[in-house]
Unconditional design. Structure first.
Length: 168
């Protein structure tokens, strides 16, 4: 059966309604991977001139949202987490090199935290990866990419602390 935005949202709502822990989030990862393997689903989320960030669905009860990201340029992101939330990155098109980081000095509202890289890996079409609360990571894109991100809360309303790479 083809995946639609409604069916993905329903599957995510059911999984998170049963178990909102990292174990339940892994079920959401599986649902997102299946959706990303459906070319019609991917095409429906990204039309010509797709904006860099577009909230496709926001769950009124559980608070999670499904977001489409369309990036047109190469970019190296800074280390970051998702504040009090979690996020699942799902690669729809292109490739993203993700780097995980470990905190060396904590971030505060007044000062950037310092973090050191611990591993890097590629996210390719159909891949999805969970970042739990506090997981530091940074994306690097060499070409245009499209991804679907599922956020525990809408990150448009979350203020996050800043991080930078620690000098060796």
């Amino acid at each position: 059966m083809p995946t639609t935005l409604d069916s993905l949202a329903r599957d995510c709502r059911q999984a998170l309604g049963r178990d909102a822990t990292p174990t339940g989030r892994q079920q959401v990862v599986a649902h997102l991977r299946a959706a990303l393997r459906d070319p019609a689903f991917v095409a429906a989320q990204f039309g010509p001139g797709a904006p860099e960030r577009r909230v496709l669905y926001e769950d009124a009860e559980l608070g999670f949202c499904i977001v489409a990201h369309a990036y047109t340029d190469a970019k190296e992101g800074a280390p970051h987490d998702h504040g009090p939330s979690w996020a699942i990155y799902g690669q729809a098109q292109g490739e993203t090199l993700m780097t995980d980081f470990a905190a060396v000095e904590p971030a505060t509202p007044e000062r950037c935290g310092k973090a050191r890289p611990t591993r890097s890996y590629a996210l390719r079409p159909g891949d999805a990866h969970l970042y739990n609360e506090g997981d530091l990571h940074a994306p690097t894109r060499q070409q245009p990419t499209r991804l679907i991100r599922i956020e525990g809360v809408n990150m448009d309303r979350v203020r996050r602390l800043k991080w930078e790479v620690a000098e060796a």
